[in-house]
Design a protein around this ligand. Structure first.
Ligand code: NDP
Ligand code: N5H
Length: 257
């Protein structure tokens, strides 16, 4: 079996900068020979993403603006993609958002709007994207999303995002069941904390990292590259019997009582 991604095309959603988990995934897929397609929320991010991608030697990438809260924008993105490349072989969904005020204090104080916003961008978007991407995955393929331990158990300050991740995790499994008959696998990676733009300005982030270094079985935090290589596994034929699964790339932290 050949595990090269040569001749295959993968969509990477959610590169904000070089620290993004999506960028770690893009680097791993590129190293395996894949052609890449990038989407960003609005044109403010177009040039920074293009500059970053220009560092990937020999990569003939395509770029689309796609705000995942807009059904028409999602549909248009994949229609244009169909015209431009025809078939895609997989997709990495690395998108989440919650209002900053909802990521501190008590979960019980979450407003209706804040709750809906977090679920809209962080969970429903996977459903919307999978529905539009699946028709382009005519050879079967893989979809991978990013989740966090705070969707499985209560983690201080994660609050509404934890509830949204629980919804994302369940959506991943239902999508895996729907799309399995088309040969499309849907899985999640639960990453340990990584310092990204999203994590910036989050109170206590340093102490979260320190706790991992002290307590996780590997006694260290994980990198974008480690998450990227697991995404490569999940998006390649190496994982051909795996769907509806969550792999923790977290130095083993989730196993602790
Ligand atoms: P980044 O800030 O690098 O990425 C978050 C991305 O979400 C950005 O690229 C942003 O796009 C995108 N996004 C937000 N709103 C929208 C929208 N309406 N439409 C399209 N895209 C949108 O952070 P991470 O790499 O950390 O986050 C990626 C994923 O990994 C998230 O799902 C996060 O929850 C998850 N995760 C992160 C962990 C960590 O410790 N960092 C741990 C576990 C999971 P734009 O920049 O274009 O606005
Ligand atoms: C327990 C923790 C720490 C507390 C909670 C952090 C939650 C982070 C997730 C969301 C996605 C962060 C977020 O929405 C930040 C925005 O309010 C403000 N930031 C932005 O708008 C920037 C500019 C853009 C690029 O960000 C987005 N998202 O669009 C969890 C941590 C230990 C682990 C962690 C950081 C998990 C995670 O899900 O990211």
């Amino acid at each position: 079996m050949n595990f090269s991604l040569e001749g295959r095309t993968y969509v990477v959603m959610g590169v904000a900068n070089k620290r993004s988990i999506a960028w770690g995934i893009a680097k791993s897929l590129h190293a395996a020979g894949a052609r890449l397609i990038f989407t960003y929320a609005n044109d403010r991010f177009e040039q920074p993403v293009k500059d970053l991608v220009s560092t990937l030697e020999g990569q003939d990438a395509l770029f689309y603006e796609c705000d995942v809260t807009d059904d028409q924008a999602v549909a248009k993105t994949f229609q244009e993609m169909k015209q431009d490349v025809g078939t895609i072989h997989g997709l990495a969904h690395c998108i989440a958002f919650a209002n900053k005020e909802d990521l501190q204090g008590d979960f019980i104080d979450t407003s209706r709007d804040g709750y809906l916003l977090a679920h809209n961008i962080s969970a429903y978007s996977l459903v919307a994207v999978a529905r539009e991407a699946a028709p382009l995955m005519t050879d079967g393929g893989g979809i991978v999303t990013m989740t966090y331990l705070g969707g499985e158990r209560v983690v201080k300050n994660y609050n509404v995002m934890g509830v949204a991740k629980a919804s994302l995790d369940a959506s991943m499994k239902y999508l895996a069941n729907d799309l399995g008959k088309k040969g499309i696998r849907v899985n999640a990676i639960s990453a340990g904390p990584i310092r990204t733009l999203s994590a910036k300005g989050i109170g206590d982030f340093n102490s979260v990292l320190k706790k991992i270094e002290e307590e996780a079985p590997l006694r260290r935090t994980v990198t974008q590259e480690e998450v990227g290589d697991t995404a490569y596994y999940l998006l390649s034929d190496l994982s051909r019997g795996v769907t509806g699964e969550t792999i923790h790339v977290d130095s083993g932290y989730n196993t602790l009582g």
